[in-house]
Each structure stands twice: as C-alpha cells, then as structure tokens.
Ligand binder design. Structure first.
Ligand code: ARG
Length: 595
C-alpha cells in the first residue's frame, strides 16, 4: 500500500498545482502540533518567496480547493501561512482496513528490485567466552538483518569469527605443555587424528587466559606461541587438526549462546577462511601498482584530498611479511564478493574501529576488490556502560561474561513474575511456564534496552529500568501484546464470530489516534531500513502501545452492546497485535501468551 503521507501529499500537491503553484510545495508531514491538527503542509511559506505573495493568501487558496475533499475532516489555513489538516475518519478506517486485509505485511510493500546484503556482525573470538562487548553487535546486527529481510532483500548474516592469530598459537602451546604425548605434536605422525577433541569447552576457556597470562611473564613461552602460530599458518598438519577441534568445540558453544539471544547466522566463517585468499590478493595489489613498500611494510595509500584529518595508509603486510587484522578483512571481502556478489556489505562493529574500517573500505574500493557500485557501510555502535557511566564491568571489575549478564536479567525477571503471580493469585501458571516466560521477557528487556538507543550512542545498562513493566521498555510492549491476546481469547472464548466484520470509522478520539499510529507502519519500516535504524521501530512501538492503551482504558470492548462496533474493535485489536508482533519480531524477540 502507498504510504498514507504520500497519499495525502498527492492530494495537497494537486491542489497547489490547480492553484497555479509548483508541485514541489505540496509536501505534507506529520503535525508537530498534535493539539491543533494531525498533518501539516508548510509549502505556502516557501512558495510565497517564489510567487511574491503573502503566504496566507496562497494557503487560503489551496485550503479552498481542498474543502469538501473526502480525504479530510478539517482543512485550515492559519496565519502566517500554514495548512493544518485532519484526516476524515472514514478515509482513515478504509486505509487501516486495507492493512488488515493485507495478510502478514499489513500494507508494507516489498522492495521492487531485490539486493543481496551481507551483514558482518557478532565477531566473537573462539576459545574466549562471549562478553558484553559482543552483545551489541549481535543484537543490532540481528535486527538489521531481520528488517532488511522484511523489506524483501536477500540478506546473509556472517558471524566472522576471530579464529586466527596469536591466540591460536597460545592455545596450542599450552596444550602441548599439558599433554605433550598427543599425536598432534608429533611431527612424524602420519595417521588419522582422533575425532574427539582433546579438551572440553570448559578446559578451552580456561586454557586461553592461562596461556595468555603465562606469555606475558615468560619470554620463552611467548616465543613458542609465536612459533606455533607461524607453523599453524604454514599449514602444519597436527596444528591444523587442532585448530579444527578448537573451532568445533567453540562454535558449538557459541551457537548455543547465540540461540539464547535469538540470534542466528547463515555463515559461520572466520578470519581463518580468508587466509587462502591473501597471497593472490597481495600479488594483484602489487602488480596493479597500489601496494608499495614503506619502511619494510607493504602499504596502500588511502588518503583523499577532501580529508580533514589524517588517514594513514592501509598496511597490508608487516615488515616480517606477516598478515594483519586488515589483511584478513580485505581478503574476506575477496571471498564474499566471489561467492555471494553482495550489492552491499554492512559491518556492525564497535565504533572505535571506525578509522580502521575507513582505511579498509577505501583500500577495497581503490584496489578493485569491490565494484564501484558496491556499498560498504560501517555501522559503529557505542559502548554499553554501567550505572557509573563507565564500561559495563563485573562487581570485581572484570569483563562481564555475556552468560552471566543474561542470567542476572533472567533471575530479576523470574522474581518479578513470581511476585506478579502471587499478587494476582494467578497460580495456574506452572513453574515451567513462569521460567520460560521470564526468559522471554528478559530478552525483550535486554534487546529493547539496547535497540531503543541510536546505535552509535553509548548507553547505560540499567537493569531496573529495562525490566520495568512501565515506560519505554521491552516488557511494557510485551505487556501490551499480552493484554490484546487476553481480550481476543475472551472474545473468541465466548464463541463469537467475526463474519462480516469491518473496521468502522473511529467512534472516539482515542480510537482515531490508534488508527493514525497504525497507518504509519509501512513508512516506519521503510525508514528504519533505509537509515539502518532499529531505534525508529522502538519509538514507533512505544507510541503505538501508548495509543492502544489509551484506547483500551477509554473503551468498553467486551461489554459493547452494538455487535458491529464490537466486531470492528476486535478487528482493530487484531491489527494492532499483528503490527506490534511484526515490529518486535524484526527487533529479534517475541511475546508470551500471558505474563
Ligand atoms: N573479533 C573482533 C573483536 O572481538 C570483531 C570483528 C569485527 N568484524 C570485522 N570484520 N573485523 O573485536
């Protein structure tokens, strides 16, 4: 369906041109004075200059033309030259009924020409547990993926594991100290390796920090780890086999953790997958004259004339010939282009890596790794802070494991749910359902708490605020959905039928406001997609939930005696539920049946 603002703009534009003014002046926006009108057009103010007339004269003429138009219930020209508009109840009801009749899309059209979009998010490091720093990438990336899919694009999510470099050498070195007899360390071994990994995830998570700490104290140990890294990179058979084990064990654990967050990836590729593409890529950069030696290192210049700050060259190889984080990201672009030909690549990474990605993107475009029309987007997110305004830490001051954070919110929610059950004597909810519901609401608290902020901004993780059932929170949105579900259950539980039901013109102001909010759905989705801005969906959800709750408090739905009015209410409730659920689905969480 066409957006309601566009439909209104079309009519106002027609009026402008019929009065002899340029079509460009007819643009209508949502009112910034909802006390006076629902929509407004400020075109007469601008047209006044071009046509050398007082703005109110133009506004009057246009208002005159629109008078009596079935789309509006109010057209007012107000000094100095604004057009204030209210939409006709019948027109609005017909639009909203159109949404209702449009299945799962609720009037939001799919994109005409589908693009392939690859999103790089998550970025966990194998053998290291997920920490809160990975939470934002997962939450934001997942939502952007879902929004783009809803719009109709072909979207691929890649986790881009940190599975390369010294950390692997460290693990191998520590394993060798502990279990020197393993065949992986025997250079002459030519047989098959065990299928089972020689460690569990628990051991692996302990091995890495131990090794890392040792390497900082013991020069020889560090030397050994570096040597192991080089040997692994050169393809030593036993070490490759160990890498495969490390990956396997780690990925199984990571998948389970991401699943708890309702986050999933299409590709589980890692930095190691990019390594085979490095030699060819470097060779070509040299041949094409882009890469040159500077103080022993191989670099590509990426500064541009218009730069206001210094953008250093992009380093491709260190002076010892070793590859870097950059090299891996560039080589990753090589296989992504080769295998998936994406029209657009989006990187959801900590905003402190912005300069780094500027270098990588410029280097990729300049050296032709991507086509001119390939879009490279860096979506940098801010830091999640604690209540003290400093990066979120454990009580002991360490980095907080993601699992612990999620568990603590789950626990908080479980307490609330239990209290709620007691207060309502609603004890027919089983312990098991209460647990499940608590986890579901907790996830909405975490995700909404994050996504309702503009991604690039830092935010304070405030567990008390996020888990509240009131205010601009995930649980409040879920509560609203649950409220609608319960009314619908009651209604259908009475054996009522919805045959012949239609959405009637609003019977009250609060009902009209609800319809006005509903009618914005397609515009909000598109806008959130175009601006990669999930927070716009959160603001919409909050406004829609508020509009619904006002309507609910002012309207007797179940006791309405006029059958056709009641049916119309029920239709509206179903539509509201559908729109709310679609919005939370693209944010990456869902609502329980009761809470
Ligand atoms: N593994 C990295 C980290 O933990 C994040 C990776 C981000 N993505 C990328 N393509 N560089 O910091």
């Amino acid at each position: 369906m066409k957006r309601i603002l566009d439909l209104i703009t079309d009519e106002v534009t027609k009026a402008f041109t019929e009065c002899g003014y340029d079509a460009g002046y007819g643009k209508v926006t949502l009112s910034n004075r909802p006390d006076l009108c629902e929509y407004q057009c400020n075109g007469a103010m601008a047209a006044a200059k071009e046509y050398k007339k007082a703005p109110f004269v133009i506004a009057d003429e246009v208002a005159e033309k629109l008078l009596g138009h079935g789309m509006f219930s109010m057209v007012e020209s107000v000094k100095p030259g604004f057009l204030n508009l209210k939409i006709a109840e019948e027109y609005l009801a017909a639009y909203v009924a159109g949404m209702q009749g449009d299945g799962e899309r609720f009037g939001c059209e799919k994109v005409q020409s589908q693009k392939t979009i690859l999103i790089d998010y998550g970025g966990p490091n194998v053998a290291k547990p997920l920490h809160v720093g990975h939470l934002r990438s997962a939450i934001i990336g997942e939502s952007i993926k879902r929004i783009a899919r809803f719009i109709g694009h072909n979207v691929i999510g890649d986790v881009h594991l940190g599975d390369w470099g010294l950390q692997m050498g460290l693990i191998i070195t520590e394993l060798k100290e502990r279990k020197p007899g393993l065949s992986y360390f025997d250079e002459h071994y030519e047989g098959e390796y065990e299928e089972e990994a020689p460690f569990t995830i628990g051991e692996l998570e302990e091995i890495y920090p131990t090794a890392s700490a040792k390497s900082k104290e013991d020069e020889a140990y560090k030397e050994a780890a570096m040597q192991a890294t080089v040997e692994l990179q050169n393809g030593r058979r036993g070490y490759r086999a160990l890498l495969a084990h490390i990956l396997n064990v780690s990925v199984t654990d990571l998948k389970a953790n991401y699943e708890k967050l309702n986050v999933s990836f299409d590709l589980w590729k890692g930095e190691s997958d990019a390594q085979p593409y490095i030699p060819g890529m470097v060779q070509k950069m040299k041949e094409d004259g882009f890469a040159y030696l500077s103080e022993g290192a191989l670099v590509v210049d990426v500064k541009e004339e218009t730069d206001t700050k210094e953008i250093p060259p992009c380093m491709i190889l260190k002076s010892d010939g070793g590859a870097l984080y950059n090299t891996t990201d560039l080589a990753t672009i090589v296989w992504r282009m080769q295998d998936y030909k994406p029209d657009k690549l989006i990187y959801v990474v900590d905003k402190r890596q912005e300069l780094y990605f500027t270098q990588v993107f410029r280097c990729a475009s300049k050296t032709g790794l991507v086509a001119d029309e390939t879009e490279l987007q860096f979506l940098g997110f801010g830091t999640m802070n604690g209540k003290d305004g400093k990066p979120f830490k454990t009580r002991q001051g360490g980095v907080m494991r993601l699992e612990y954070l999620v568990d603590s919110v789950n626990e908080e929610m479980r307490k609330k749910i239990t209290e709620n059950r007691k207060a309502k004597e609603n004890l027919e909810i089983s312990e098991e359902e209460a647990e499940r519901t608590a986890r579901q609401i907790a996830l909405s608290a975490i995700k909404y708490g994050d996504l309702s902020n503009q991604a690039s901004k830092d935010y304070i993780f405030d567990i008390d605020r996020f888990t509240s059932f009131e205010g601009n929170t995930g649980p409040y949105i879920l509560y609203t959905i649950v409220r609608i579900k319960s009314i619908l259950n009651k209604y259908y539980g009475l054996g009522k039928k919805q045959e012949g039901a239609s959405i009637e013109a609003a019977h009250s102001l609060s009902e009209k406001n609800l319809m006005l909010e509903l009618s914005r759905f397609n515009a909000v989705m598109w806008n959130a997609f175009e601006e990669t801005a999930p927070h716009k969906i959160c603001s919409y959800l909050y406004e829609l939930a508020n509009a619904f709750n006002s309507f609910y408090h002012e309207t007797k739905i179940m006791t309405e005696e006029d059958e056709s009015i009641q049916k119309s209410y029920i239709r509206l409730l179903e539509l509201t539920k559908g729109v709310l659920e679609t919005c939370i689905d693209v944010l990456g969480f869902s609502a329980p049946d009761r809470m």
